[in-house]
Every structure is written in structure tokens, then in C-alpha cells.
Design a protein around this ligand. Structure first.
Ligand SMILES: Cc1cc2nc3c(=O)[nH]c(=O)nc-3n(C[C@H](O)[C@H](O)[C@H](O)COP(=O)(O)OP(=O)(O)OC[C@H]3O[C@@H](n4cnc5c(N)ncnc54)[C@H](O)[C@@H]3O)c2cc1C
Length: 469
């Protein structure tokens, strides 16, 4: 080994995605010397470069373009250029990534976090060996190591990924042309989000998924509404069918399902599962076990089997969201350096699904309460009942409150429609503080707003309670 320099830090973070970045920032706030190791030339992880930020920026582009299309349908001037290339569509994404990257780099500099570029391997409870892009190695030591190496798309052996015709969830943003038809194998969150985005860009999308229902963890009414709207926007749903064979024939992707149905499309996105970036970390030798998808098991303080080594973010599995990963990183640093701190994450996690329309949920569903044998009541507001819903022309949106009929405490909030991922946090805050539907009935909101949906849904809930009595 050709050691460039041996260094010692309080904390070494491996991976500079949202989990690693926030872990490093927290340690630096506690005045701990920190190094962050990143194998790519730039920081930000899947979140910034290939996942969350690019997909959400592309979604915004799709919504904008679809809006322009709608305007021309109403006879207004200023339709879209018909020769828009994939480069044009991706231009805004590149801008947003660069600006976000600037913020991250600024944060690292201001907090005196040393960024080391190279691939990390843990060789002892306090030692990491980094191989830089030129192949040189360097050994560094720290009191604490936090693994935040994230995940990558799962590549089953029988899928011939070439990133020309057959893409995964990371490479799909590198499409060379906007295809006329796109098959998406896997109707999970990522599959559904990209289906919405591409269909709003004018691509004919076909989703193939072995499950009979899309996003079955959602409240059934919301899941049904989403499936209905996806079909309405031209997405074909082939459910209860798995993509058994996928190959390229005559410049087209041919997908054959279990029932021998042949689906031919210009391109295919395989979005069925992810696996942990742990294979190169040397965990076995340290006694840190991973599951069959390479994910690390940790305790409630994000500790692995080795007391000085923590793991956070997607590499520890569910819920695998940037939102949660950031807080896990922050908390792991706190637990590592302030042993008596009992901070933990609020278990009431919101989920935002950026389909078009978007969906957001927090708390219990009707299904989970029924399974637990718990009594509940619901209250529903449709966006068309709201002045703001009419103004923005969202007639399909809906907000559903689920509450305890005796105490009237809110147990769940489920929203489909414009601004769902923002609106859900109002319900989340009220739930966190044990609030009831009375709060929404007796509180004045700006008018006209979509927030009014909470008041309408609470009123509906009261009306349903009266019927029960
Ligand atoms: C298409 C898509 C859309 C998504 N949309 C959303 C969304 O809307 N909202 C949301 O909350 N989440 C979303 N996610 C999930 C989100 O991207 C992840 O939850 C988040 O990126 C996890 O952060 P992380 O820090 O754990 O890992 P990552 O962001 O994956 O970062 C891990 C970093 O570790 C580095 N690394 C790995 N191994 C090594 C090594 N040995 N040495 C050095 N460096 C290493 C990698 O290069 C990478 O930079 C989406 C994901 C995808 C794929």
C-alpha cells in the first residue's frame, strides 16, 4: 500500500448523500474534526445527481409543458415547440443540480469538513482505507465512522441493461431521445413517478407490475384515484403480470410477460428494487452483517455490531427517503458524540409521492386501522368543493382525514392533488400535538386556499359522526 498521508479525525463519514452530509454537518457543529469520503468527483449522492432532485426537476418541467399544452387546447397563444429535445428538457435539471451542489460545497467549506475523493474500505473499528481515482491509497483513522453509502438500482442477471434501450432508475435521466413509447417494469414509487412524468411529456407509457394494485401501502381510495388518473392521462397499467423476459430486437425493446404477452416499446425503464452499496466496504471481516440486498442492520441509535461504526440513510433500508436519511445522519452524529442524548426521530413520517397529481400521506390508513381492530371515522374534501381548487382547475384532488370517532383525534391524513406534499405537513403537525378535527373547524384559514380542504374534510367528518349517533 502506498500511503500518501495518515490522518486522524473525530469522525469519518463514508458517502456524501443527504445522510452523510447532515451527519458531517452535525459533528462539525459539535466542533468535531470531520472528513467525508466520496467516491464520485462531486458530492450529493443519488439524491442530488440521479434520483430525487433530477426526477423532481424533470417533473416540474413536465407539469409546465403539460400546462402549456392545456393552454393551447383552450385556444391561447404560445404553445410548446414540437422539436423539444431531451437536452432541452434536461437543461433545468442541470441548473438545479449545479446550484444545489454549490450550496453543499459551501456548507462543507464553512464547516471545515474535509472532503476526500476516493473509494472507502473499512479495515478496522477506527480505520478506513481510501483509494483515490489514480489508484493511490491512504489510511485514515477516527473515533467514529458513519457509513452513509446509499443504494443503487438492483440489476437482476436476466435484464440486459445497456443504458441505450434498457435503463435503470439512475440512468433514465441520460436518455438520448424522448421515446415515443416507454415500458416501465416495476410500478413502485419510482416507476409511478417516472410514468407520470413521461406521459405528461407526451410519451406513451406502459407499466408492468406483478402486483394487482399499484402502491398498495396507500389508502385504498387514494391508490384507486391515482390508478384512475394515471389511466386517464394515457398510462397503460399491466398489473398482475411480471416482465419475465426483456430484450432488444430491431432497435425496439421487447418485454414478454408471464402470460406471454408481448409489449414492444422504444425504451424500457427497469425500476424494481434497490440494493445497498456495501459490497466494497469490507464489512464481513468486521463482523457487520448485511441482508440479501446488502442492507445493514442497526439499532435505534444507528449503531452497527461494531460500537464505533454507525450506519444511516438508504443503506439501512426502510423508508429509504432523502427526507428521513438527513435526520438519521444528524441523529447518528449526536448519538456518537453525546452519548447521553436521547433525541430520536418522530415516528410520524410523511410520504410524498411525486406522481402527477402528487400524493402525500401521514399516519394510519383505513386498512391498517381495520387490521388493528380500531374504530375510526373519515372526513373527505374534494378539491372541486374548494374555491382554490376551482381557480387552479384541479377537479380531481381530494383530502381525507381519518380520526377516532370518540376522541376526534386525527389518526391519518391522505391527500391526492396539487400541493399534496406540502399540505400534508399541516395535518402532520396537528397529529403530532394530539390535535382533533375541532382544530380545523374552529380555525380560520386564508381564503381561497387548498388548506381549506382540511376544514371541509373536518366538517364532513362531523356530519358523518352525527349520522352515526
Ligand atoms: C429516482 C429516485 C427518486 C427519488 N425521489 C425521492 C423523493 O422525491 N423524496 C425523497 O425523500 N427521496 C427520494 N429518493 C430517495 C433518495 O434519493 C434517497 O433516500 C437518498 O439519496 C438517500 O441518501 P443517502 O445519503 O443514504 O445515500 P445516497 O444519496 O445514495 O449517497 C450515497 C453516497 O455514498 C457514496 N459511496 C458509496 N459507496 C462509497 C464508498 N465505498 N466510498 C466512498 N463513497 C461511497 C456514493 O457515491 C454516494 O454519493 C429517490 C430516489 C430515486 C432513485
Amino acid at each position: 500500500m502506498n500511503d500518501l498521508k495518515d490522518s486522524t479525525y473525530d469522525l469519518i463519514v463514508i458517502g456524501s448523500g443527504p445522510a452523510g452530509e447532515k451527519a458531517a454537518m452535525e459533528a462539525s457543529r459539535m466542533r468535531r474534526s470531520t472528513a467525508i469520503i466520496e467516491r464520485h468527483s462531486v458530492q450529493g449522492g443519488v439524491c442530488l445527481h440521479t434520483g430525487t432532485i433530477p426526477s423532481k426537476t424533470l417533473r416540474e418541467t413536465a407539469v409546465y409543458i403539460a400546462g402549456l399544452r392545456q393552454r393551447t387546447a383552450y385556444g391561447l397563444v404560445g404553445g410548446i415547440r414540437t422539436d423539444l429535445s431531451i437536452r432541452d428538457l434536461m437543461h433545468r435539471k442541470d441548473q438545479v443540480i449545479q446550484e444545489e451542489l454549490d450550496v453543499i460545497q459551501q456548507n462543507m467549506m464553512q464547516n471545515r469538513i474535509e472532503v476526500i475523493h476516493g473509494s472507502a474500505r473499512i479495515t478496522g473499528a477506527h480505520t478506513v482505507v481510501v483509494t483515490d481515482p489514480s489508484g493511490q491509497t491512504r489510511s485514515i483513522n477516527a473515533e467514529v465512522i458513519i457509513i452513509a453509502t446509499g443504494t443503487r438500482s438492483y440489476h437482476p442477471d436476466h435484464i440486459p441493461f445497456d443504458h441505450k434501450y434498457i435503463y435503470d432508475a439512475e440512468t433514465i435521466i441520460d436518455l438520448d431521445v424522448l421515446p415515443r413509447t416507454l415500458t416501465i417494469a416495476g410500478g413502485g414509487v419510482i416507476g409511478c413517478e417516472y410514468a407520470s412524468i413521461f406521459s405528461h411529456l407526451g410519451v406513451k407509457v406502459i407499466i408492468v407490475d406483478p402486483r394487482r394494485k399499484l402502491l398498495s401501502f396507500l389508502d385504498h381510495e387514494i391508490a384507486d384515484a391515482l390508478a384512475y388518473l394515471m389511466r386517464k392521462y394515457g398510462i397503460t397499467l399491466v398489473l398482475g403480470e411480471s416482465a419475465e423476459q426483456i430484450g432488444v430486437e430491431n432497435n425496439q425493446v421487447v418485454t414478454v410477460t408471464a402470460t406471454k404477452r408481448r409489449i414492444v416499446s422504444d425504451r424500457l425503464l427497469y425500476a424494481a428494487g434497490r440494493c445497498g452499496n456495501t459490497d466494497e466496504l469490507g464489512l464481513d471481516a468486521l463482523g457487520i452483517k448485511t441482508d440479501e440486498r446488502g442492507l445493514i442492520k442497526v439499532d435505534e441509535r444507528y449503531r452497527t455490531a461494531v460500537p464505533s461504526i454507525y450506519a444511516v440513510g438508504d443503506v439501512i433500508g426502510f423508508p429509504s427517503l432523502a427526507s428521513v436519511s438527513m435526520d438519521q445522519g444528524r441523529l447518528a452524529a449526536i448519538h456518537a458524540f453525546k452519548k447521553d442524548d436521547v433525541s430520536c426521530l418522530n415516528t410520524l413520517l410523511p410520504f410524498g409521492i411525486y406522481t402527477i397529481p402528487e400524493v402525500s400521506i401521514v399516519g394510519e390508513t383505513e386498512e391498517s386501522l381495520t387490521a388493528a381492530g380500531q374504530e375510526y371515522e373519515i372526513g373527505i374534501a374534494r378539491y372541486f368543493e374548494l374555491a382554490r381548487g376551482q381557480i387552479i382547475n384541479d377537479h380531481d384532488g381530494m383530502l381525507k382525514l381519518i380520526f377516532d370517532p370518540k376522541s376526534k383525534r386525527i389518526l391519518g391524513v391522505h391527500i391526492i392533488g396539487d400541493r399534496a406534499s406540502e399540505l400534508v405537513h399541516i395535518g402532520q403537525a396537528v397529529m403530532t400535538h394530539g390535535g382533533t378535527i375541532d382544530y380545523f373547524v374552529n380555525t380560520v384559514f386564508n381564503y381561497p386556499t387548498l388548506t381549506d380542504a382540511y376544514k371541509v374534510a373536518a366538517m364532513d367528518g362531523f356530519a358523518r359522526l352525527r349520522v352515526r349517533q
